[in-house]
Design a protein around this ligand. Structure first.
Ligand SMILES: *Cc1c(COP(=O)(O)O)cnc(C)c1O
Length: 389
């Protein structure tokens, strides 16, 4: 069978289905507006807009309780939270991470002149492959940053064993994993600390925001200090810190969205199940499934386009876009394919065959609370049309 190589080869007849608006990946989930505006009104009356205000403190307490972890340190975004966690753990030299992740995982290291070293993933889970991590250890390695990709827990037991054997620090980029767990334990309790992102496109948002979760009291104190220029009380700076503070209006959004979280999970799960049912019998397409015994937020509906599908992945995306379905490639071409890393490691792909293959196959489909009724069925119908080319 000849693969469809261009949009012109796809003769799709008839008008596209009538969508009022495009379907998006990561369109923000927004809780009750009145509650949000009420919180903002109180905040303005208080004239306490930043600097560890009452809304930030309340959000930290509620998130720590939700994830069942001792400390939550709220931050202005996930990237700064990663940078602070990396610095607080005193990582240096080389740190092993997956290449199949959002670029911020790598940049948070590179920004501090620490070299990210890319290890390959397990093609079943899209998470770090512990055997690949072992292969990338050198005398300069000081740590591992696992990523709980798509909210699925990375293989913590194996990674912790490797870290212990080689005297490495282990932490997690848990940007996708708010509301998620692994083996009955909530995310936030693995490694030395775990970093969440509350960016607008994430499962749970505070416009922009992030947090570090940890059970380590001393580490939590240190990161709070770093978040606020190193201030330890008025006029007393004891560390060259940065400004990672979350502002009150963001915490107001977070508190509002926290009350809406069950609705978001229900909508995501409903969409995911509908996609799964529809895609299961389309030859050449497969949906990444989640372990139903684990807690997940079902934020990401991850489609893999197989070699036997008649249309190339990128053509399928262009065709979906033409129908106002804004499905997305994710983490393509992998961090190792972006600058500056592709110049540092021109042959990295030889070590990353699974990353290369998965990055070339994945399409993330629209989901979330804003999808209109019948949207998933329309997407599936279109996928079927291309399957029959
Ligand atoms: C979103 C994301 C980040 C960055 O978080 P921001 O809050 O956008 O700075 C880091 N890592 C991963 C895996 C992400 O998806």
């Amino acid at each position: 069978m000849k693969k469809i190589q261009s949009l012109n080869d796809l003769a799709i007849n008839g008008a596209p289905p009538a969508f009022d608006e495009a379907l998006h990946v990561g369109r923000p989930n927004i809780g009750d507006r009145k509650d949000f505006l009420h919180r903002v009104g109180e905040m303005l009356d208080r004239r306490w807009l930043s600097n560890n205000g009452p809304l930030v403190q309340e959000l930290e307490e509620k998130i720590a309780a939700y994830q069942d972890v001792k400390h939550c340190i709220a931050m202005c975004n996930g990237t700064i939270a990663l940078e602070i966690a990396i610095r607080a753990l005193e990582l240096k030299g080389e740190v092993i991470i997956p290449s199949y992740t959002f670029i911020a995982t790598a940049h948070a290291l590179q920004w501090q002149e620490i070299t990210p070293v890319f290890a390959d993933i397990d093609p079943q889970t899209h998470n770090l492959d512990p055997a690949a991590v072992r292969r990338m250890i050198t005398p300069r390695t000081t740590g591992i940053i696992g990523v709980h990709l798509w909210g699925r827990g990375a293989p913590n037991a194996e990674l912790q064993t490797i870290a212990d054997e080689h005297n490495l620090k282990l932490m997690y980029d848990a940007a996708h994993a708010f509301g998620c767990g692994m083996g009955g334990t909530m995310i936030g309790n693995f490694g030395a600390c775990e970093v969440l992102s509350f960016h607008a496109t994430k499962f749970f948002n505070t416009f922009e925001g992030g947090a570090i979760l940890t059970n380590d009291d001393a580490l939590a104190d240190k990161m709070r200090l770093m978040r606020n220029f190193g201030f330890s009380g008025l006029d007393n700076v004891i560390y060259p810190g940065t400004n990672g503070k979350m502002v009150e209006v963001c915490a107001a959004m977070g508190l509002t969205n926290l009350e809406y979280i069950d609705t978001v999970i229900a909508a995501n799960l409903h969409n995911y199940n509908a996609y799964r049912e529809g895609i299961v019998d389309i030859p050449g397409l497969s949906l990444l499934t989640y372990d139903e015994s684990e807690r997940n937020n079902y934020q990401y509906v991850v489609l893999e386009v197989g070699d036997d599908f008649p249309v190339l992945r990128d053509i399928l995306i262009a065709a979906l876009h033409a129908e106002n379905i804004l499905a997305r490639k994710y983490f393509w071409p992998g961090c190792h394919g972006m600058k500056p890393y592709r110049d540092f490691y021109p042959h990295a792909r030889l070590m990353l065959p699974n990353t290369e293959r998965i990055a070339g196959r994945v399409i993330v489909l629209p989901s979330g609370t804003t999808l209109p009724n019948g949207a998933v069925e329309n997407v599936i119908d279109l996928l079927r049309v291309y399957a029959e080319q």
